[in-house]
Design a protein around this ligand. Structure first.
Ligand code: PNS
Length: 183
């Protein structure tokens, strides 16, 4: 299903995030939210507060592979403001997962700012399942960096990507860093 071809009148929601990488906690929200709407668009966006480990195409690919058995989920990405993406796609509803305590201030602020930017946007919060309430991508990456991969945190194919990434970290060339290459 392409994002351009939603039949008119269908109820569509957007689940935005950095998904660096997608975790089983995200997939729990995706599974539950996709049951509430005709279509759920999972959109990879840039969080200026985070330096991503995976490129946007890599994050999209991991999401697509994780969601391939959920027929009404579409994965997309956007380089810009969430409200601009929603406007372009004609989507009004934003789904966010809420973990106990840690997420509240950040998510509340974002929801209010998005509403300030476009009053038509409504953010709906879904409480995370207790199984995943402690889970976040940055913690998964921190463990992976030290060679720890507890089962059940991410899909197997995501764990494979993490293992690859930390076994052979890419070295930046002087051209990429813009430096002279001289220490
Ligand atoms: O998974 P994250 O990192 O908590 O997701 C945050 C994200 C990517 C949804 C947020 O940073 C975002 O909306 N980025 C796009 C830029 C934007 O719209 N910023 C203004 C938010 S009020």
């Amino acid at each position: 299903m392409s994002i351009a071809s939603f039949p008119p009148g269908t109820r569509v929601a957007c689940y935005p995030g950095s998904f660096d990488p997608v975790t089983n906690g995200h997939l729990d929200i995706i599974n539950r939210a996709s049951g509430l709407f005709d279509y759920l668009v999972v959109c990879v966006l840039h969080n200026p507060g985070k330096e991503p480990l995976f490129t946007t195409p890599e994050r999209v690919q991991m999401l697509e592979q994780s969601c391939r058995d959920i027929p009404n989920v579409v994965v997309d990405s956007y380089d810009g403001l969430l409200v601009d993406y929603l406007q372009k796609k004609g989507i009004r509803i934003v789904i966010k997962g809420l973990r106990p305590i840690s997420d509240f201030d950040f998510e509340f602020e974002q929801a209010l700012m998005n509403k300030r930017l476009n009053n038509a946007v409504e953010t709906l919060f879904m409480v995370t399942s207790t199984t995943y309430s402690y889970l976040r991508s940055s913690l998964v990456k921190e463990l992976a960096r030290f060679g720890s991969f507890p089962p059940g945190l991410v899909p197997v194919h995501v764990e494979t990507k993490l293992r690859e990434r930390f076994r052979a970290p890419e070295r930046q060339t002087p051209l990429e860093t813009g430096g002279s290459g001289l220490a």
